[in-house]
Every structure is written in C-alpha cells, then in structure tokens.
Ligand binder design. Structure first.
Ligand code: DON
Length: 585
C-alpha cells in the first residue's frame, strides 16, 4: 500500500472508530427502548412534594405552602384560592366541586362542595309557558338564574378543619390569592384569547369592567388586577368561611341577585352545606381505584367502564388499534346510558350504585358486546343493575412529603360560568344549574340526555361528571392521582389515562398526553381529537359500524402525580393540551 493510501486508510479507520466509539458507548442508554413509546416530555421529578395544576402561579403557591410545613390539604386549599384569581374561567369562589383526599395512613375521604339549587329552583324553573326550555338570560346556562349556591368556600373550610395540618391558618392560605388579586398577574396568551371578544362576560357590567378591560380587552402580557376580589379575600381572611355565606359578601351577592331577578337569596347562602362523603372504590386488574361518589357520576361511570373492560385483554391489543377503541367505546356507551337513567343526587333520589359497580353486572353488560360490530345506542338503553329502583373546569393535584394526597376538580361549569360577577365582590358565579336535566330527556349544554333522577329541585345538587381519582399499587400504596375538566369527557379521559398506565405501561405524562376518544351513549358517535386517530383506524371503526366525528378542540386538561416505585420520587404531569405546570421540590 502506498503511503498516501495508507494514510487515507488509517484516517478512515480512526474516523470510524472515533465517530462510532461514543455511539457504541451511548447506544445502550440512548437507544434503550422506553417501556411505552408515546412521545412526550418526561414528568417533572421531585423528592418531597408536587403540585400539578393548569396554572404555574397556582402550582407555585401550592409548593410554597408545602415548603412552609403545610400538608397536601393545606396546599390544595391555597391552590384553589389562587386559581380563583389566575384562572377565572374555572378557578373559583363562586362555583363548586369535589376534593378527594388520601391521608398517608391510607384513610380516604371525599369533600362534596357541589353547588346546591336555590329554594326557588323548582322542577320547571327553566321552562317557558309552553313547556320549552328558556334560552339566553333566564336559562340554566346564562345570567343570574343559572347560578347554584356556591360551595367552594365551605368545601375548603371543611377540608381545612378536618384534614389540614394545623400549621397554617385559613387567613394564611388565602393570602397568596389575595395578593395575586390585588397586585395583579401577567395575562397569558390563552387567558387573553379566552377574554378577547368574550360576549358572555360583555353582558354583565362588573364582568365587563374587570375581565374585558371595560370593552378595550386585554392583550397577552398585560396585568390583570382584581381589587374587589382581593377585598373579598380580605373579608374571608378576617371573618372566616361563614363570611361568604352570612356576611358582607353574602349580602352583596344576594342584593345583586334580587336586583336582577336571580333565584339565589341570603337564606340560600346561609343554608349551604359542604358534605363529607365516602369515596367509591373498586379494583381494576388488582389495582385499587378510588373515586368520587354522587352527586358526581364520575366514580360510578368510571368503575362500570373499567369493570366491563377488565374482561378483555387490552394489553394484548395494540394501543392505537381499532379493536381496542371498539371495546372502549362499547364500555362508554353502556355506562353513559346507565348514567342518564339512574344517576342523580343521592340525598334526593335512589341511585343503584352498588349494582352499577358490581363486577357481575359488568359481566352481564359484556354479553351484549359484539367484538366485530358496533352496538347502536338506540338498542342499548340503560342496563338492569341489581337494586335499581365547555366549557371549562379545572383539576389539580397535590402530594406532600409525608405521602398525603389530594385530587381536586372544581368549576363554574362552562367557561366563566353564568358570566355574572356579583356586583362589588369580584366573584364570578357558576352556571351549574345546567348540569340538572332542566327538561328531562332534552340535552343540556354538553348534549347529555339526563333523566328524572336529575330533575331540578330546591336544595338538590346537580349531577356532575367530575372524577378526581386515586389508583393504588397492589401493596396498597398510592400509585398515581389523576383528574381533568371536560364535562362528560372527564370520565372518559380518566378512564383512558388509567388504561394507558395499567394496560399499556405508559408513564403519567405519556398517559395524559396520548390522544383520546369520547362516546357518551347519545349522540351515538365517537368524538376524536385532531390527529387522534389514523385514517386506517377510522376506516376500521367505520367498518365495524361506528360513526366518527372530529372534535375541533382537544379534550380535557388532565393533571396527575405518580409515585415512582423504586425511589418514592413524585412525578408530576400537566396536560400538554394546555399551559399548566407541575412544580415540585
Ligand atoms: O360537573 C360537571 O360535570 C360539569 N359542570 C363540568 C364542566 C366542565 O368540565 C367544563 N369543562 N370543560
């Protein structure tokens, strides 16, 4: 070999070795296939505590409370108050929701702070003289008459009194929110978008002044200050939770209601009670599922679907296969049909919960599922369990250093609720009355058909789909927390996140980010997210007899925390569909 040729050969040999050596060294780590392959960022890792919510400022408020010695419940209360300021579409003082708590010793409980119907809300309150649903102002969705009696303040007070650490006071937990309201915070792109040209809020003077900059609208990067809301927080700090229901705040709300022909009175506010309920539970492939009982339908519908799906080898099916989507859809169809027929506020009506979540019932439900063909919702009505006689909401979750956990979903119902800010309080009021069947058999804003058991009645709580949930490992320790907004899609989002983790080995972030589908019995169609189903899968599903519709938007805004088995690390995940953040320490 000539010298130049030798030099070239050596050069290439060295080059190959040089380039390949690091690759060979890196390959095992960089190319180790992940357990699941769905592309998404890694969860946020922290060794002590974690908060995941739809707003970074609120998550930071929660972490600060944890660092100051507060437990998960203390932090959750501060996050709920902070979101009432920084996420006005759903964070609230004027709405309600559900807080699921699991203490480090394994005790679990559910705080029900769902809104209650005012005394004047009788069965046909939303029907005109001809028996038709009233539209616009006066309806169950818009304006003063749409608001149920808010439960958030009472719910937070109950949670603090019974499960707070005792190291931080009510006033201390409200202080970060008061400060955010008083000093203001920077308006994000999403918030600016949701306020820009908002016709609902434009219809009410205080809403227009506060949230729409009096019709001049805010831009991304502007500061939103809410002085009346800050003053309301200051009154709550001084007077405690009862101030909201009996003090100056109550008086301001009732007075504004009276002036505008609303339903809610001072007596309604005085009579509001948050309630502690026993969570609903089952196992799914040996893992314990703990979720929300009525007046949310979330836990029962979720469990019925999981029970049905337990009979199939989902793990053996490809994650994105039409055969899996087919079965998941058939489970959704049947559980949502039962929801429409059987579910309502158990303080008022009998709901056959035990029958609905019975594994034997799921076995019977499975017999009507054809593996090759879609059922039709017309033929699949509610089953026969034994013993039967928009949109915005927000979910957040906290796990503290001791292992106490909170999974909380609360809402004004649709984005910015009724649109009404009670004069002088800065408090946006909910339109949760639309979650009742204003006219049984007629769809509500979510297209949900609901039955007599969910008809309007004084002091009754409207049926909800909110599904704050915990899943435990087989040794009984906390595995992960999960929840989301999205009206009826809530239950299906939680279902799919659980399946993604249990059956498809995804981590919490992947499970949340993966595309979702939704079927709610009626309308008889599968809704899927943009880019969520391949054309081949769509063809296969249509071939089985399913009808498909694309959602113009993504479904939900889920947040979850998983405890890593080996290390105990808290892995926080905030939905990539929105601008939330998991923050830990
Ligand atoms: O309680 C319920 O089921 C509804 N009020 C939730 C509304 C909701 O999630 C709107 N969000 N996208």
């Amino acid at each position: 070999m000539s010298a130049p040729l030798l030099r070239t050969a050596v050069f290439f040999l060295l080059a190959i070795l040089f380039v390949n050596a690091p690759l060979t060294r890196l390959r095992p780590a960089a190319f180790t296939p992940r357990v699941a392959s769905a592309a998404s960022r890694d969860p946020v890792r922290a060794s002590h505590g974690m908060v995941a919510s739809t707003n970074k400022l609120a998550s930071e408020v929660g972490v600060d409370i944890l660092k100051r010695g507060g437990n998960a419940v203390d932090a959750a209360i501060a996050v709920a108050f902070a979101l009432a300021v920084t996420y006005p579409a759903a964070g609230n003082l004027g709405g309600g929701g559900f807080m699921l708590i699991r203490l480090r010793d394994g005790r679990t409980t559910a705080i029900d702070y769902r809104e209650m119907a005012p005394a004047a809300a009788t069965r046909n309150v939303y029907l005109d003289a001809q028996g038709n649903l009233i539209k616009g102002e006066g309806s169950s969705t818009i304006g003063y008459r749409a608001a149920g009696v808010p439960g958030t303040v009472a719910g937070m007070a109950l949670a603090l009194r019974k499960y707070g650490s005792g190291r931080l006071t009510w006033a201390q937990l409200a202080e970060p929110a008061r400060r955010l309201a008083s000093d203001g915070f920077t308006i994000s792109y999403n918030l600016a978008n949701s306020l820009d040209g908002n016709k609902l809020l434009a219809g009410y003077a205080d809403s227009k002044r506060i949230f729409l900059n009096n019709g001049r609208y805010f831009k991304e990067g502007d500061t939103l200050r809410q002085p009346e809301l800050a003053a309301t927080f200051a009154r709550l700090q001084r007077g405690g939770a009862r101030e909201f229901y009996e003090g100056e705040t109550a008086r301001l709300i009732a007075e504004d209601m009276r002036r505008n022909k609303g339903l809610m009175t001072l007596a309604d506010l005085r009579g509001y009670e948050a309630k502690e309920r026993t969570p609903i539970r089952t196992t799914y492939r040996g893992y314990e599922i703990i979720s929300m009982p009525p007046p949310s339908s979330g836990g029962a519908v979720l469990i019925e679907m999981l029970n049905i799906l337990e009979g199939y080898d989902l793990r053996g099916m490809n994650w994105a296969s039409s055969e899996k989507y087919h079965l998941v859809t058939e489970a959704m169809r049947r559980a949502f049909a039962d929801r429409a027929e059987y579910m309502g506020d158990t303080d008022f009506v009998k709901v056959p919960i035990a029958g609905l979540i019975d594994k034997k019932y799921a076995e019977r439900q499975r017999t009507s599922i054809n593996l090759e063909r879609a059922s039709t919702s017309a033929e699949i009505g509610a089953g026969r369990p034994t013993g039967y006689e928009s949109e915005e909401t927000t979910h957040f979750t906290v796990v503290d250093a001791q292992g106490n956990a909170v999974s909380n979903t609360y809402t004004l119902n649709l984005g910015f609720g009724s649109g009404v800010t009670a004069k002088g309080t800065g408090v946006l009021l909910n339109n949760e009355m639309d979650d009742f069947a204003a006219k049984p058999g007629t769809p509500n804003a979510f297209g949900l058909i609901q039955g007599e058991r969910n008809a309007v009645a004084p002091r009754k709580r409207p049926l909800s789909a909110m599904t704050p949930t915990f899943v435990l490992r087989k040794d009984g320790t906390l595995w992960f927390t999960i929840g989301t907004p999205g009206g009826p899609t809530i239950i299906n989002t939680v279902l799919q996140a659980i399946i993604n983790i249990v059956d498809h080995d995804m981590n919490i972030q992947q499970a949340i980010d993966a595309p979702r589908i939704h079927h709610q019995w009626l309308p008889d169609e599968i809704a899927y997210e943009p880019y969520g189903l391949s054309a081949d899968t769509q063809r296969a599903l249509v071939g089985r007899g399913h009808k498909l519709v694309t959602r113009p938007r993504y479904m939900g805004d889920a947040h979850g925390i998983m405890i890593e088995e080996k290390t105990g690390m808290r892995l926080g995940a905030s939905d990539s569909r929105n601008e939330g953040a998991a923050v830990g320490y």
